[in-house]
Design a protein around this ligand. Structure first.
Ligand code: DAH
Length: 357
């Protein structure tokens, strides 16, 4: 049913009463169909709005007699109030129902146990590296980094490897160009540091190293090393030995004994392999030390005068020591892991056996 103010002129009480009766019935039937507050709100606008039928009826009264206005005005007003209060009631009822529903749907069960989040942990190699560095930093070394991809000069030449010297065969690597390679050791940091800093220099250089080797339980094509370098006036072999002994005692938390075996590395003179007394049997002989009583832990020596010269350091004034250790090897000893390959296979069953750090 449509109501238009232009059309309707009051012709008598009957007509207005009929219209308002019809309007009332229509309103209630529409109200019954409302399912939510927004439908009720639409109904309110439709019936009570400025362009709605109640307003139309009001306007149509203007042309009536005073008597008609009095009687019919009350009639229309009553209808208007009835509709308004019904709408208010229904809207309030529905709003409450909607809020109840929302509360029910959005209810959080605080008694439900939380989901355990997987935080991850440091890889054992990173953890070992951090532990080693922490001890060395405590002992006065600062950390320096160098590039994984380096030139022949920094990896070999500056370290006194002659171009055709067989010492290079021990460290075959992967070449990117004839003079550009993946570094075979973190000793490549030595000459770089000397170029940038004047002595005293006391650094450790952690990082990756690469070798063209057959992968076995003891060796891999990539691994991690920590190189140490100390250059100052009057640095002696005694300094080197006491530093290494102190370091390994701290690292293995054991009262170990150090043993040196002369060895050749072109960049140190004298050069040596350093062993510590076996952690498991304390030199009585066991499977860990292959019944020798000793475990090999690093290479070390006094920095060769040629290396100092290459770094523009005067060997007449300064001397230094250097050492280099493999992180994986150290970790294998410390944690009793038998195969270096386990450390790069990312098998969670293996990795999860290490402490969460
Ligand atoms: N760079 C050697 C290697 O990777 C280890 C090494 C030996 C480092 C003796 C040193 C050293 O600084 O003095 O085999």
């Amino acid at each position: 049913m449509h109501f238009h103010s232009e059309v309707n002129i009051v012709q008598g009480v009957d007509i207005v009463q009929q219209v308002s009766k019809a309007l009332r019935e229509e309103f209630f039937s529409e109200l019954n169909l409302c399912k939510d507050t927004s439908a009720v709100e639409q109904l309110r606008v439709k019936y009570l709005g400025k362009k709605g039928p109640i307003q139309d009826l009001m306007k149509s009264l203007k042309s009536g007699t005073p008597e008609e206005k009095r009687v019919l005005g009350k009639e229309v007003n009553d209808l208007k109030e009835e509709i308004a209060s019904k709408i208010g009631e229904t809207a309030a009822f529905m709003r409450k129902r909607e809020i109840d529903e929302q509360l029910l749907n959005e209810k959080i069960d605080v008694t439900l146990p939380g989901r355990r989040s997987f935080a991850g942990r440091k890889h054992p190699v990173s953890a070992a590296m951090d532990e080693i560095l922490e001890i060395l930093m405590e002992m006065g070394f600062s950390v320096q980094y160098g590039p994984d991809i380096d030139t022949d000069y920094y990896n070999f030449g500056a370290l006194n490897f002659a171009p055709d010297h067989p010492a290079r065969d021990m460290q075959d690597t992967f070449y990117i160009a004839p003079n550009v390679l993946l570094r075979t050791h973190t000793s490549n940091v030595q000459a770089r540091v000397m170029e940038q800093h004047r002595p005293p220099i006391r650094i450790v250089a952690p990082g990756n190293a690469y070798r063209n080797e057959t992968i076995t339980a003891r060796s891999h094509v990539f691994f991690h090393q920590i190189e140490g370098l100390y250059i100052d006036k009057g640095v002696s072999f005694a300094d080197l030995l006491s530093t290494l002994e102190e370091f390994y005692k701290k690292l293995f938390r054991a009262d170990i004994t150090l043993r040196c075996r002369p060895s050749y590395f072109p960049f140190v003179e004298p050069g040596m392999e350093v062993d510590i007394s076996c952690l498991q049997c304390n030199r009585r002989g066991c499977s860990l030390c292959k019944y020798s009583g000793w475990l090999e832990v690093c290479g070390a020596g006094l920095v060769h005068p040629e290396v100092l010269k290459n770094g523009d350091v005067d060997p007449e004034i300064y001397s230094g020591y250097a050492f280099g250790m493999g992180v994986e090897r150290t970790l294998l000893l410390k944690k009793g892991v038998s195969d270096i390959r386990l450390l790069s296979e990312n098998d969670l069953r293996f990795l999860q056996q290490f402490d969460a750090i």
